[in-house]
Design a protein. Sequence first.
Lengths: 96, 272
Amino acid sequence: MTILYGYPDPKYLNTYKLGRAIHFDAEVRERFRKNPESVMNEFGLSPEEKELVKSADPVKMFKAGISPYTIFFICWEGYGFMHKPIEEQMLYKKDT
Amino acid sequence: MAKIVAAYASSHTPQLVVQPKISEEFTRQLQIVHNALMEVGRRIAAANADTVIVFGSDHMETFWLNNYPQLLLFTGTEVGGKFAGVELKLPSDPQLSKELLYGLIDMGFDVSFSHELELDHPYISPMYWVLKGAQHDSYRSKLVPFHVNSNVDPRIKPRRAFELGQAVRKVLESSSLPNRVALIATGGLSHFVGTPYYGKVDVEADNFLIEKMVSGRGYELADLTADWLDEHGEFEFRTWLAVIGAVNSAPAEVLAYQRAWHAGYCVMSFKL
């Protein structure tokens, strides 16, 4: 493990825009929670990006190369992970 | 001559203001950190600081991928922002920040500037509590945000952050302005937000950094590598290095340290 907060891959620009909108705009956040597909279409996400966002899987998104902050906006703020029990938010398991 | 009269460093997590009710232990830990930040506010007011320079690290919130700065100094007259229902609006110090901008450019730091910024949690989370402690209604200091890119690669090197702090001190000391300046670094300590390591907290790395600062050997931390900082979740320590450089590695006092489930929360006061 070396650099974790790497260069934001430009191929995910629309996903970054979606994450930013979820962070800043309560109305977008609410609509995303109700109908993620429709909001992803508005932001022009590619099929690959849609699959990643729909997965709500931070590890999968990170491994694909999406910025950790966009992952936080989408999963913790968009999908509401921040208010889930701690054990559900924790991705790091000592034994893995 | 402007004078640095107080210096601090603190974590800046969103949870400091969101305060999610996810465990009694976490609520208790956040309270301890809130109290330490309010103590910072009381100390800044007691030191009669008229300007607070806050070294923060943006997370693609204030800045965006159309223009992402390595170093950016706020130079406008009023600054603020909204985060999680908290709204901050404060006067800034355009005279001092203009001197800093020109002085730093003269010293080889190509700092960007902005007269207009929307701050987010790296500033609002800690400052909400600091201002509360300073009894913001009766005591009103000017706020000068200073962005140090710690979160989006490529980022400035740790030594460069330390040298930036040294340069800030030199510019302040050569200024004809009479300001009494407080410094605050925000970010850290160990955490891994948005990565598969989220929930890991490298207490050993936190203790290593804390011991160096407490013993007045913060200058040794300028030799840390960018890889080391990421590997231990200490990437935001760049802002702390700026303050360490600005206070000539003055010894520090730990006002709070809490190993929470997702971050090593720390509030540090430097002894000037």
